[in-house]
Design a protein around this ligand. Structure first.
Ligand SMILES: *[C@@H]1O[C@H](CO)[C@@H](O)[C@H](O)[C@H]1NC(C)=O
Ligand SMILES: *[C@@H]1O[C@H](CO)[C@@H](O)[C@H](O)[C@H]1NC(C)=O
Ligand SMILES: *[C@@H]1O[C@H](CO)[C@@H](O)[C@H](O)[C@H]1NC(C)=O
Length: 535
């Protein structure tokens, strides 16, 4: 479980205020720490049956402002019939902008070095954005890509959002270049914000610099999320401004990791070869460290799959060929190939990426699809190339439930549908958790009594069934009694939750509502309502 003992309050930071403006420091000093702020309710309340509180910080305490986002909030909430659901959207959609943009520069401060060659070759040049996960003062590559995802569609018409996301890509590129095996990062040096320690005793190879890295768990999806952030920006804005020499260096660094992590435990002569990445933590929790003195369980030759030492929950994999991030990486490699093709040039690199993506996709289908006695052919969560497989799903994305969202399969795909039946069944997925108050997919990270609202949102995002969508989003609403979406909920006590301030889950909620607004508007706006589509 992520440590909550290292909270840094806004008050202790010399960071800039709302984008591009220097707030008088007196105002910033008066801003409450959002972890405690979000742990109690604030007026005005919704007036609905749950009377959900308003949880946006005071305007002068918000970490970024976007008029395009405010317009969407006004338009959507004014039309929503359910006042509690509307309040949740009002709080959740801007949550990442309101609370987690710990540092942003749009690049103008480096104007004196803005000659293209100079900018492209130096660290931390151009727009930069540091996005914390919420209640921990560090940026996760995965969380930040997902936190920003809901704003991508607005970046075309809102220059501030455009610069914000461009900066986030540039900052992630710096992190990937420095420490491609790591999952969470410290504030960039130019921000002047102090680094914190995660309080753990870890022994990790390759070694990392603790002033740069907050935690160094190697998760394949962190790297896929770096590619996804740029690909999504390109798809939404048509811009390739992020394709600097730093980004290409990050891509090259990433590909070297994929090659190293494609190596089996025993080579073709059956000799043991130690993996380039090892991780050991002094801990009593098995999921927080790797078996076999930091190496992880053996993986066979010839699968074409890429190892992931940890999952997006930050828990260790049991079998290192973890299927969801392999699926995600195959999609993102092909999208990156398309992007490079579209801008012309680097034809070798584009075809290299396309081939890698196609080979990985085949490997996922060949080794990831296995026969289950009860459900037929399904995707396994993890495999090892020796025939062992793990049947389960975890709430964190990438997951098996999210495969259509990742762009890997269509939601009507038969193997996906079989898999979906398995992982939404308490007899098929040990982490499908149910109780008197709440149900959904959880995972080992919080434990066997807590299901995660995010899994219900992903369930709603991967079905066309109106009853399944309504039931899922209504249960999330019912479990968000403080007006924000939490990390996990005790299945027997809907009031018992983890993480008051978990920005990623709020972004997924907002995206779910926006998808329903566009595709099934009657469900939230009432009978006969026109769709709401961000254009
Ligand atoms: C960067 O921010 C400054 C200050 O708000 C603004 O004047 C400038 O136009 C911005 N630059 C870009 C590229 O948006
Ligand atoms: C919101 O509604 C206003 C007024 O109806 C409209 O002009 C505007 O385009 C809408 N904004 C979005 C993002 O749809
Ligand atoms: C949500 O709570 C209401 C009561 O406040 C209840 O009627 C409804 O069945 C609940 N919905 C779900 C999906 O649990």
């Amino acid at each position: 479980m992520r440590s909550l003992s290292l909270l840094i309050t806004l008050t202790s930071l010399g960071a800039k205020g709302v984008a591009g403006r220097d707030e008088p420091s007196i105002l910033r000093r008066a801003c409450p720490d959002y972890t405690s702020y979000s742990s109690t309710g604030h007026a005005p309340y919704s007036g609905g049956p749950l009377n959900l509180p308003f949880q946006r910080p005071a305007v002068e305490c918000r970490t970024f402002a976007s008029s395009a986002v405010e317009e969407v909030i006004d338009n959507v909430t004014s039309r929503m019939v359910d006042k509690d659901m509307a309040q949740l959207f009002r709080n959740a959609f801007p949550n990442t902008l309101d609370t987690t943009i710990r540092w942003h520069t749009n690049g103008t401060s480096t104007a004196t070095t803005s000659r293209k060659t100079r900018r492209d070759s130096a660290q931390w040049q151009g727009a930069q954005t540091f996005v914390v996960t919420g209640d921990i003062n560090a940026e996760w590559l995965r969380d930040s890509t997902n936190q920003l995802s809901g704003y991508q569609a607005l970046a075309k018409k809102d220059k501030d959002l455009y610069n914000l996301i461009l900066g986030a890509i540039n900052t992630q590129a710096e992190f990937v270049i420095q420490s491609p095996y790591c999952n969470a990062f410290q504030p960039p040096p130019p921000s002047g914000i102090q680094a914190t320690s995660n309080g753990q005793k870890d022994t990790v190879h390759p070694a990392y610099e603790p002033s740069v890295v907050y935690e160094c768990k190697y998760e394949l999806d962190s790297l896929a999320n770096f590619l996804a952030l740029g690909n999504e920006f390109y798809e939404n804005t048509g811009s390739t401004e992020f394709l600097t020499s730093r980004w290409y260096l990050a891509l090259n660094t990433l590909l070297n990791v994929l090659d190293a992590q494609s190596q089996p435990t025993f080579n073709d002569k059956l000799q043991y070869v130690q993996n380039q990445y090892t991780f050991q933590r002094e801990t009593t929790l098995g999921t927080e460290t790797l078996n076999l003195a930091g190496i992880g369980n053996p993986l066979n030759r010839g699968t074409g799959l890429i190892r992931s030492a940890f999952r997006p929950s930050d828990d260790a994999t049991i079998l290192g060929f973890f299927i969801p991030p392999n699926a995600m990486m195959s999609v993102q490699l092909k999208k990156t190939a398309n992007l490079l093709q579209a801008v012309g040039g680097q034809a070798d690199l584009a075809s290299n990426l396309q081939t890698r993506g196609e080979n990985l996709e085949q490997a996922v289908r060949k080794h990831g699809i296995v026969h289950h006695d009860k459900y037929g052919d399904v995707y396994a969560y993890e495999v090892d190339g020796y025939g062992s497989r793990i049947f389960m799903d975890d709430a964190n994305v990438p997951s098996l439930l999210s495969l259509p969202l990742l762009g890997f399969v269509d939601k009507s795909d038969e193997v996906y549908q079989n898999t979906r039946k398995m992982i939404l069944d308490p007899d098929g997925n040990p982490y499908y958790l149910t109780g008197s108050d709440f149900h959904g997919i959880g995972g080992p990270h919080i434990g066997l009594q807590n299901a995660w609202p995010m899994s219900l949102l992903v369930q709603a995002l991967t079905t066309d069934s109106t009853s399944e969508i309504l039931e899922s989003i209504n249960l999330v609403r019912n479990s968000s009694l403080l007006g924000l979406v939490h990390e996990s909920i005790d299945v027997n006590n809907i009031k018992d939750y983890t993480r008051p301030w978990f920005a990623w889950a709020n972004s997924v909620f907002a995206q779910t509502i926006l998808k329903v607004a566009a595709e099934q508007p009657a469900l939230i706006f009432g009978d006969g309502a026109e769709p709401y589509v961000i254009s």
